[in-house]
Design a protein around this ligand. Structure first.
Ligand SMILES: [Zn+2]
Length: 174
């Protein structure tokens, strides 16, 4: 994405081209603008809010993390994508109650130290995780959820919903 931008700008007047190159620089994984806050910075902000455990952010913690990881898959080894994908899938299709049911099932499976064997049963009906080329842009990113960088509580669930939907759609369109 960035390479394409730079190629377009190369023919233009030098000073202005340089200014533009800074403006179009974004996250190479999700396509969000890198300024004024990088995705990494925003992720730390939302994690701190999640850990307060207060609605609306706390209950959406698993969904928030799953969206971020699937939009930044360099942080998520392929074998771990099944779980993350299943969480988002459950949320987009059936809502937060389904996510709670799923994560509780996973927790039980973990406590039996039978994680690898138990996972396929838990995620019955969920399509296999995306294995195609990794998307590099999504219609909704963490930057949209953060708004001014503070993840305002008003409208937060709706923005996370749009983020989750865009994440699933981005991977499915491969
Ligand atoms: Zn990003």
């Amino acid at each position: 994405m960035l390479v394409a931008h730079h190629r377009v700008l190369r023919g233009k007047e030098h000073g202005r081209a340089k200014q533009w190159a800074v403006l179009v620089t974004g996250c190479p994984e999700c396509g969000a603008p890198a300024e004024p806050h990088s995705c990494e910075e925003l992720f730390h902000v939302v994690l701190a809010l999640d850990h307060s455990r207060r609605p609306p952010r706390g209950p959406l913690h698993g969904v928030t993390v799953s969206c971020f990881l699937l939009q930044h898959p360099s942080r998520l080894p392929a074998p771990d994508r099944a779980r993350t994908w299943a969480i988002l899938h459950a949320y987009v299709n059936e809502g937060l109650t389904a996510v709670t049911r799923l994560t509780e099932g996973m927790r039980r499976a973990n406590s039996h130290q039978n994680r690898a064997a138990a996972l396929p049963d838990i995620v019955t009906g969920v399509p296999t995780p995306p294995l195609g080329p990794t998307p590099t842009a999504f219609s909704v990113t963490i930057n949209d959820v953060a708004q001014d960088g503070t993840f305002p509580a008003v409208g937060f669930p709706e923005r996370v919903n749009a983020w989750a939907t865009a994440t699933v759609a981005g991977w499915r369109s491969q």
